[in-house]
Design a protein around this ligand. Structure first.
Ligand code: PLP
Length: 408
């Protein structure tokens, strides 16, 4: 509380900011540091980014690419985004009118919603969801409508939504549906049939799809990433969001983008300009090099993650978690019912303090914390040695101490 002369000024925050809490994921990272635990909470790699793109960033700074880029993105970088999109998705986009480069997909998502959604509009979100989507809806004034993704009966099965529940979530106020595929936290990769069901509803209710495809290259087994924009009838109503963060292991660079038809892009660009002006210019220059990496780079990325997924999955199952096998992204969602905790937060606190492994309480992916109270998420975007350390610690889980802690 600030004291000015005699008057005591009570701190006041906006109604919007008061409606959401600090990020639980980043809070768990702080706890990992505090207790010296292995951090399997936040989704950032602890291994180096590719040499080639680091050198490109150093070179760009040495070449004095150090001033503001064009607010909606450096020309070369937008060209590289358009080329990669044409090559992978078979869709030609105009980099002059259909791309906005932002500070990560995080900014692309909030700029898109601020630009295209009005207070009173509804936005459909699959639940569990990446925790930023809740505050994004509040900041843009939209009312989120949640559609449940149900865990599979078998650990190796797929998370699914119920088609009737999805339909029931649509109405004339529905402005957009958020589509995160591959999905954090469940690892679900939306199938063509599911995307077609969603397309039918988007067309019927004249709804936009705002996608988050930042894990597009991190896929396992037979999973195939289908960009929603490629589904017939979706080109004009899709905002495709992506970023460098996960595909090139550079989460700290903060370079992402939104691809959308020209009229939508014009609005997104205006909001983006006044929010952040632009993403880091030298890192956009290096990003153009990253986007031109050969196919073999992505294959290796996916193979390395598959190895890590299998390692952690086996260890979690051995430690008596119900661990759902992800088809994409780099997280494992687990059910912790075996441990007898009433609350995922207490479980995660115990895990970080006593076992030495940080994970994210499942409730942070649900609007109603009770729905995630038996779930915890582990990230495996870490060096194999880091995972081995975590696995050794998970092997020491002491059920007696767990149960004692659960009773407290
Ligand atoms: N979207 C999802 C689904 C994520 O999991 C994350 C980070 O973990 C982000 C967005 C943030 O991405 P960026 O670094 O591009 O802002």
């Amino acid at each position: 509380m600030a004291i000015l002369g005699e008057a005591i000024i009570a701190p006041r925050v906006s109604e919007k900011a008061a409606q959401f809490t600090e990020s639980v994921i980043r809070e768990m990272t702080r706890q990992a540091v505090q207790y010296g635990a292995v951090n399997l909470a936040q989704g950032f790699p602890d291994f180096p980014a590719p040499e080639r793109i680091k050198r490109a960033a150093q070179q760009a700074i040495a070449d004095d690419v150090n001033q503001y880029a064009i607010t909606w993105g450096a020309k070369d970088f937008r060209r590289a985004v358009a080329d990669k999109f044409a090559q992978r998705q078979g869709i030609e986009i105009d980099p002059e009118r259909e791309i906005t480069v932002c500070c990560g997909s995080t900014e692309a998502m909030i700029a898109t919603q601020l630009a295209l959604v009005d207070p009173g509009d509804e936005v459909i979100v699959f639940e569990p969801f990446y925790e930023n989507y809740g505050p994004d809806a509040i900041l843009s004034g939209a009312t989120p409508r949640y559609v449940t993704l149900y865990p599979p009966q078998q650990e190796d099965g797929e998370w699914r939504f119920n088609a009737d529940e999805l339909r029931a979530a649509f109405n004339k106020k529905t402005r957009a549906i958020l589509l995160n595929t591959p999905h954090n936290p469940t690892g679900k990769v939306f199938t063509c049939t599911e995307l077609e069901q969603i397309r039918d509803l988007c067309v019927e209710f004249d709804t936009l799809a705002i996608t988050d495809e930042i894990y597009e290259h991190i896929l396992y087994d037979e999973a195939e990433h289908i960009a929603p924009v490629t589904i017939d009838g979706m080109r004009e109503r899709t905002v495709t969001i992506n970023s460098l963060s996960k595909s090139y292991s550079v989460t700290g660079w903060r370079v992402g983008w939104a691809i959308a038809p020209p009229e939508l892009t014009a609005a997104i660009r205006k909001v983006h300009d006044f929010l952040t002006v632009g993403a880091a210019a030298p890192l956009q220059a290096a990003g153009a090099v990253a986007l031109a990496l050969p196919e073999s780079y992505y294959q290796q990325l996916a193979e390395k993650y598959a190895e890590r997924r299998d390692l952690l999955l086996a260890a979690l199952r051995k430690a008596d978690f119900t661990a759902y096998k992800p088809q994409g992204a780099y997280y494992i969602m687990t059910n912790i019912a075996t441990f007898g905790f009433a609350d995922d937060r207490k479980f995660a606190e115990h895990l970080v303090r006593e076992v030495g492994v940080a994970a994210v309480p499942g409730s942070s992916f649900y609007r109603d914390p009770k729905r995630g109270a038996q779930q915890v998420r582990f990230a495996f975007c870490k060096r194999v040695e880091t995972l081995q350390q975590a696995i050794a610690k998970l092997g020491t889980i002491n059920y007696a101490s767990f149960n004692a802690s659960a009773e407290r």
